[in-house]
Design a protein around this ligand. Sequence first.
Ligand code: NAI
Ligand code: MG
Length: 492
Amino acid sequence: MTIDTYRQNQLFIGGEWVNPIDGEVVPSIDPSTGKEWAYAAWGGPKDIDRAVTAANEALRGPWSKFTPNDRANLLRRFASLYEKHVERLAELESRDNGLPIRDTKAGVGMHATWYNYYAGLANSIEGRQVPMDAGMHIYTTRTPVGVVGAILPWNAPLQMVVWKLAPVLATGCTIIIKTAEQTPISSYEVAKIVQEAGIPKGVVNIVTGLGPVAGAHLVSHPHVNKIAFTGEHRTAQEIMKGASANLKRLSFECGGKSPHIIFDDANLEQAMNAATHSGFTGCGQSCALGSRLIVQSTIYDKVVAELAARAQKVRIGQALDPKTQMGPHTHQEQLQKTLKYFELGQQEGAKLVTGGKRLTELGDGFFVAPTVFANVNNKMRIAQEEIFGPVVSVIPFKDEDEAVAIANDTIYGLTGALWSQNLGRAHRVAAQIEAGTVWVNTYRYLRWSVPYGGFKISGIGRENGPESLEGYLETKAVYMNLSGNYADYYAQ
Ligand code: NAI
Ligand code: MG
């Protein structure tokens, strides 16, 4: 069943649906048609204030009495309810953000596993006992960092909700989720599951709104303890400044320009499968894509020709069409950004092998053609800057050292990949790539229990896996004197 229109005139604050105080109700665009299809409430600074108050009251109220196992049970209940809503959530996601329905069904279908994994982690949070001097018992405890402001991007809204909400619930924090203004709809639907699961009021608050207004207010709010952000590194730099007043804890995931290296001893068929998928999936709007395809010169021409042939076969269409492999850009601004890089690549002297244009024959949706640039030098802007469009820059290299040098010649360090059948080389190169994730003979494999995050400007901290809990916990050391004595230092 297709959802024709959607209206959410209220914000989710303190467990209730409330009208915005200084926000407004704003239309949301369906990127497959370029037309308004839904309405969503946006919050302003006063709405953020109200959400921060609710989150603080919840933090110190009944939520603080939840044992780790209570939180685990709640996460499991939430996961099982979430599972029942996968179809609807996937459809809302595709409609609002343009990801093909086959991708959102698969992606959203895995989220319950994420929540269940964090139910397990809730019970694993422990301190340690520190052996020290006689008569002194020293131990550490882990306590929730407190109120978390989660600032989310538009490219994978529900995935970003899971990645932030699950550790919040596992650790006993509370959260204000500031969704991206372009894609508020699916997250408001999650609020209904929050209610259904009986998560205590104020633990989860969902408010969309303008980044520089609602987002910035959350960032500088004195009663928010941490910001968990996914988006552009320039925004992260602004957040760092705004968050400095009360030294908020920060975790950032800020995109990439991932090196995807193909050696001439690779299984070329499989490497091409990965190069195509990792270049064009989600219309190129993902931080982990293989946007720099770094190819050994001996097979360079063959790879370029094969990639171009495959790019031309990608089925592009409406997000809700089950046959669609690549949908539109999520919004007009991103479309314009990608079009700008189509021009720029050619001005810089790269060879446009295929694509490089908007697909107007598909209507007013924000569609572009999968694009391949050859003869790319890594110094070019199309090789250095995150385009966030379906654009693969193919860069030649001669030997292993040069491949590694090109791979690391970037401000980013989120992910990287290499294809080779030589085991020694695979380990050598994996060790040298400066990135938080390296894939060998595979691409874009992501799992709940594996840490994900960036080196360099790609971010701070890790999401997923036990490592993600670090960002949501404080450590407290308790020194307990068992001796019954405390001498008078000034006695002599
Ligand atoms: P952005 O970083 O501006 O937006 C991400 C979130 O930050 C949104 O919720 C936005 O409202 C909020 N925000 C914006 N300015 C803010 C501020 N001053 N204070 C607090 N919050 C603020 O990203 P944008 O402009 O939507 O996309 C630009 C580029 O960023 C993309 O083309 C892509 O290259 C990159 N990007 C990377 C993502 C990733 O997954 N790492 C996700 C989204 C964008
Ligand atoms: Mg921005």
